[in-house]
Structure formats: structure tokens, C-alpha cells
Design a binder for this molecule. Sequence first.
Ligand code: SF4
Ligand code: SF4
Length: 109
Amino acid sequence: MSIKIDTSLCIGCGKCVEACPGNLLTLTGEKNKPGTKAQILIKEDCWGCCSCLKECPKHAISFFLGADMGGRGSVTHYAKERGLVIWTITKTDGSEEKIVIDPKNANKY
Ligand code: SF4
Ligand code: SF4
């Protein structure tokens, strides 16, 4: 498992670094300074908790899905819009699937 960081979106805020329970993320420079980006130190150690995805204010982090969840190279991406949680799965052929969750109703069963 591993994540992918879109450095063109990353603003170097460090929120993902603070969120990772495995201390797998670091910044390339000083926090919030121009040019500072997040990076993952040891990709193989990521166990896919997705904490970093949820904390990123720029939605710059995607998570690679296993073969059983969309195939190698497919990624999922987290966003929150108008109170709804939206997981977008982008497959290797470019197609997308969205899973929309209303947190108010998430645990009602
Ligand atoms: S998915 Fe979890 S373990 Fe992996 S880098 Fe992000 S916060 Fe760390
Ligand atoms: S939380 Fe997002 S924007 Fe902030 S450093 Fe991490 S990847 Fe970059």
C-alpha cells in the first residue's frame, strides 16, 4: 500500500506529517514556505489508514488501491464538499467512480 502526493497541489502545511501514525511523512523544507512539499519516506511501510488524505486541506494525496479494489495503479481520493464525504476512485483507464457518504447517516445500521 502507498500514497501518492500531488506536489503541484501541496502547500507544505505539514498537516499530513502530523496525522501519520507511523511517522512516514516529512517535509522537504520549512513548513508553509514556498517550495516546501510533503514526501513519503518509506512507501512500503504505509498501511493505508488514510489519515493523511483526510487531513490534507488541498486534497493533494491519493491512495493506491489493491488489485481487489480496482486494480493496480487505481487510486482513491478523499474530499469533503457541503458536509458530504466523497471518495473518488480513478481507475487505470481514466474512468471514475464516486462513493458519497453523508457523515450524519454513516452509522445508522
Ligand atoms: S495512509 Fe496512513 S500510514 Fe500511509 S502515509 Fe498516510 S497517514 Fe501514514
Ligand atoms: S497536508 Fe497536503 S498540502 Fe499539507 S503538506 Fe501534506 S500533502 Fe501538502
